[in-house]
Design a protein around this ligand. Structure first.
Ligand code: SF4
Length: 943
């Protein structure tokens, strides 16, 4: 879109420069800022120039000695017009150079990357080339900086229509937030606002963000009386070589295991059965349950299927990839919704409230809010996940101030209820044919008696091997200092926070004409403030006492999980805990008194209803908290696992008390399965030694009528005997021996140096990971390897991204890397598993379950520790072969797999027999043989 000279003039951009910048060199003496700059006049490029500036050793040092002229030349060329750069990346350092060495005032520097984050918050990548792609502007990589500046200019000009299309209300909010911000963005948006308000201005493009969490519309017709079943032929036809999937997937190949699983799922849905289905890696289990689920709901649109996953990765894969595919394949014949927990959604009321008092925010917080402004106005789902420009992880407290947290929700009294994202998402969820949630939300809904997603009788659980763990977490209770302090903060804060209950009570009283009423309310609210103050002190004192007692009783230096077999709240914490619960009760009574007085006088006033709701909510929270603390008093210490997490070096507010059911199988059966007519539970790892018994019992599926309960295994389509070599060396020390870590470090180093392959090394503890890393790091560096380690070289997602991108890199991971790592192809050709992943025996839940089995049915080790370890081992093992063309080697360095009885069970759980090298030379020669003829990435790149 071309704008007139007057428009550019009004924007302060009649003449401006755009710079593409790059910092080159690593040592401080050799570092240079390379600049390609173009000048634009009336939106057209009129001049180009390149500069190479030595970077001052210290950003405030001004010109490096003897280099003044080049800086002057650059400064003169740029002149006094605005300069646009495209962050992020090294933008801060570059901006400093521009400001300090080139004396360009901050107010003349405009960061187009930040503008892109503001206007296109739903994008994921804000580099100039990505924004160019989004704006459908061609972008050529690997070009001169001047050419890059020319392209960047086109991208910036491409942003202007969207900026000029913003609503004036949004622009006002942006101007308010940018008021105290020192760079060019504030004055730029002021100019945009003035231009928009000027008479006769027409221009700009209004962009609408599409809804992402729902597909299709609800179907409202009544169902027929008898609904035909999903026929096997229908399932076959869907997966057939000429079927709908093959038309949409370019490299589609029918997999018999996938079709078999889909047919079994259809039978379970038709015949009201429970199916526990293990689907080996590569079966394509998601489509194997989604296809029959869609066919089944289409027979009768009053049917709903709830699909619960454990990880967000799988949830995203279902909702962004596979469900849209089926939507297209069926001509949009169903309604699918993705529903998340409340804290993922923006609360419109809290957002508006925060925007009305931006003055109270620091400049940093205001700037951090910028990517939310346009998104908050335009989003249809209100799901923060869709906002790629705002990171909840980087700004958790900011997000907590505006998310739809249940404790802050006014429900039916909310003036924004009709625009509420949570309410809308839940309404959509209740009418969906296919509803996708995570395990955690499923359990929240169970606890809340289905008020979140409505009734359902058909459930598909993916990643079912995690279902017991998540049920345990969500069916338990947690208590820590923050629970009390946060609640008190919402009632009264000593700072001038305007969003506390007592602040609103004061404002309510001040709005009435009656000075008597005002005085009376003051008289009632002052004691509440007093109670809050005293309670804060007592809470801090309580947790100090807990910390001191724990330090004396459990005198260890490091972080501990202390399991209580008897009730500490009746023993050494009795008096203090009692005082705490009494104080909660007292505060609830005081708030009730205050509320009664308000309602007695002004019960019919509209703003009194909101105040009443807020009072009731806080009183409910006080009562719920009292019950939670009492729960620890009354917990059955046999049937519940109660423990405390405590770090003697940390503050008291890090102390956490937990109580979870020791066994969830009966709860799952009575609270979850009983309401279901049919259920499919699936995962790649549900069997131990080829049998389902262990998982059936852990998940409480042995409580289902046997004739309705089926188990079925669908083998992987991969040919492991051809695609992988499985090596279990027998010559290494046992993990119980002191020489284990030094020896495996040496072997790992030797293997990695001999075979330059993308390698994932899985550990069972950070301690071991760090030790091995420390031992081989230097030699790996010397050999030119890229070695990355979890917890040392960055967060999980960044490590995985680099691991995929850097050929032949090596990644050390623990815990979360055993599951959900999907790296097909040459990036991962060697998987080394250091130990059989047994749980830590002192982990409270594990320990309690282990002990119970020892007391009742037999060996806790064989009946609990071993099956758990095998399931986890199989998850780790599954990281290697991810597609039919993958090839690789997997090593287990724990010789117990071959020297013990339970090792046979582990070997029996693998898709192919391992080879057992008895010496280091034999191991290396087997690897040599295996990789012989498979070119490494280095070989591939050199040819
Ligand atoms: S109903 Fe609750 S979550 Fe929704 S906008 Fe109102 S206060 Fe926020």
């Amino acid at each position: 879109m071309n704008f007139s000279r007057t428009t550019y003039e009004a924007l302060g951009l009649r003449i401006f420069t755009i710079a593409a910048l790059r910092l080159n060199g690593t040592s401080s003496t050799a570092r240079r800022l390379e600049m390609g700059i173009v000048r634009l006049s009336d939106g057209k490029i009129v001049d180009r120039q390149e500069f190479s500036l030595p970077v001052p050793g210290h950003s405030h040092a001004g010109f490096p000695p003897g280099k003044k002229q080049i800086f002057h030349a650059c400064r003169d060329w740029i002149g006094d017009d605005p300069i646009v750069i495209f962050g992020p990346g090294t933008v801060q350092q570059i901006t400093e150079i521009l400001i300090v060495s080139l004396s360009i005032p901050a107010v003349r520097i405009l960061d187009a990357g930040e503008l892109a984050r503001i206007v296109f918050p739903w994008q994921e990548d804000f580099r100039a080339e990505q924004i160019a792609r989004y704006l459908e502007i061609g972008w050529r990589a690997d070009q001169s900086l001047v050419a890059e500046a020319e392209q960047t200019a086109l991208v910036f000009l491409g942003l202007l229509p969207a900026i000029l299309g913003l609503d004036p209300e949004i622009l006002i909010t942006l101007c308010r937030l940018l008021d105290a911000v020192p760079d060019g963005a504030g004055s730029f948006f002021m100019r945009v606002l003035a231009l928009k308000k000027s008479a006769g201005f027409q221009g700009g493009v209004r962009l609408r963000h599409p809804a992402r969490n729902s597909l299709g519309k609800p179907f409202l017709e009544e169902s027929e009386e008898t609904v035909p079943p999903v026929l096997p032929e229908e399932v076959n036809a869907f997966f057939a070589p000429q079927g709908p999937l093959s038309c949409l997937l370019p490299h589609y190949e029918q997999r018999k295991q996938q079709v078999a699983m889909a047919r079994s799922v259809a039978v379970s849905l038709n015949q009201d059965e429970f199916l526990l289905a293990e689907a080996g890696t590569g079966v394509g289990k998601s489509l194997a349950y989604l296809v029959p689920a869609v066919l089944w709901t289409r027979k009768d649109r009053s049917r709903r299927v709830l699909i619960a996953t454990h990880t967000k990765t799988l949830q995203d894969q279902l909702f962004r990839k596979e469900i849209p595919l089926l939507f297209e394949a069926t001509g949009g014949a169903f309604h699918a919704v993705l529903l998340k927990g409340r804290s993922n959604y923006l609360c419109v009321r809290r957002w508006e409230s925060l925007m009305s008092r931006t003055d109270s925010l620091s400049p940093d917080r205001r700037r951090a809010l910028l990517p939310l402004v346009v998104w908050a106005a335009e989003t249809r789902d209100g799901d923060i996940e869709e906002n790629g420009a705002f990171s909840v992880d980087s700004s958790p407290s900011l997000w907590n101030q505006v998310n739809a947290d249940d404790t802050q929700c006014l429900k039916s009294l909310c003036p924004y209820e009709s625009h509420c994202h949570v309410q809308r998402a839940r309404r959509a969820a209740r009418s969906a044919d296919l509803l996708v949630v995570n395990h955690a939300l499923l359990f929240s809904d169970l606890v809340n008696t289905h008020t979140i997603m409505g009734a359902y009788d058909t459930l598909i659980v993916d990643e079912a091997h995690q279902f017991e763990k998540i049920a345990t977490q969500h069916l338990g209770a947690l208590f820590h200092m923050g629970h009390i302090i946060d609640l008190l903060q919402d009632i009264h804060a000593e700072s001038k926070r305007s969003d506390t209950l007592l602040h609103r009570v004061d404002a309510f009283a001040a709005r009435r004409a009656s000075t008597d009423f005002f005085r009376e309310i003051k008289e009632l609210s002052e004691p509440v403030k007093g109670t809050v103050r005293a309670f804060r002190e007592e809470t801090a004192e309580y947790f100090r006492t807990v910390a001191e007692t724990l330090k004396t009783r459990y005198p260890k230096e490091e972080k501990q999980k202390i399991r209580f077999r008897e009730n500490p709240f009746q023993d050494w914490l009795a008096q203090e805990t009692d005082a705490l619960t009494k104080r909660l009760e007292h505060l609830a009574q005081q708030l009730s008194g205050l509320l009664q007085r308000i309602l007695g006088e002004y019960g019919s006033a509209a703003d009194a209803a909101v105040l009443e709701m807020e009072h009731v909510q806080l009183i409910d929270r006080l009562v719920a908290l009292r019950r939670r603390i009492e729960h620890f008093h009354t917990s059955d210490y046999q049937d519940n696992v109660v423990w405390c997490e405590f770090d003697p070096k940390a503050q008291e507010d890090s102390i956490r008390f937990y109580s979870v059911p020791r066994d969830v199988s009966a709860i799952l059966a009575s609270q979850c399965y009983e309401a279901l007519s049919r259920c499919v539970m699936t995962s790649a790892t549900l069997t131990v030694g080829g049998r389902f018994d262990y998982m059936v019992s852990r998940l409480g599926l042995d409580r289902i009528e046997p004739e309705r309960m089926l188990t079925q295994h669908f083998g992987s389509p991969f040919d492991y005997s051809e695609q992988a070599t499985i090596l279990f060396p027998t010559f290494l020390p046992s993990p119980k021996e002191s020489g284990f870590v030094p020896e495996i470090s040496r072997i790992i180093g030797r293997i990695l140096e001999t075979h330059h392959r993308g390698a994932l090394v899985l550990f069972t503890s950070y301690q071991m990971l760090r030790e091995v890393y420390g031992r081989i790091r230097a030699s790996m560096d010397d050999a030119g390897f890229v070695l990355m380690a979890q917890g040392i070289d960055g967060p999980r997602s960044a490590l995985l991204k680099r691991f995929r991108e850097i050929p032949d890199s090596v990644l050390f991971g623990t815990n979360s890397f055993w599951e959900g790592v999907d790296v097909p192809g040459e990036a991962l050709e060697l998987l080394i598993i250091t130990k059989i992943p047994f749980d830590v025996p002192t982990e409270p839940v594990f320990e309690a379950r282990y002990e119970f089995i020892e007391l009742t049915t037999g060996s806790g080790f064989l009946n609990y520790a071993v099956p758990e370890a095998i399931i986890r081992f199989r998850q780790g093992f599954g990281r290697l072969i991810r597609s039919e063309s993958d090839r690789g080697a997997v090593l287990l360095l724990d010789r117990r797999a071959v020297s013990t009885q339970y090792g046979r069970l582990l070997i029996g759980s693998l898709p192919a027999e391992p080879v057992l090298p008895e010496s280091e030379e034999a191991l290396l020669s087997l690897l040599q043989e295996w990789f012989h003829g498979i070119p490494s990435n280095a070989d591939r790149m050199s040819t």
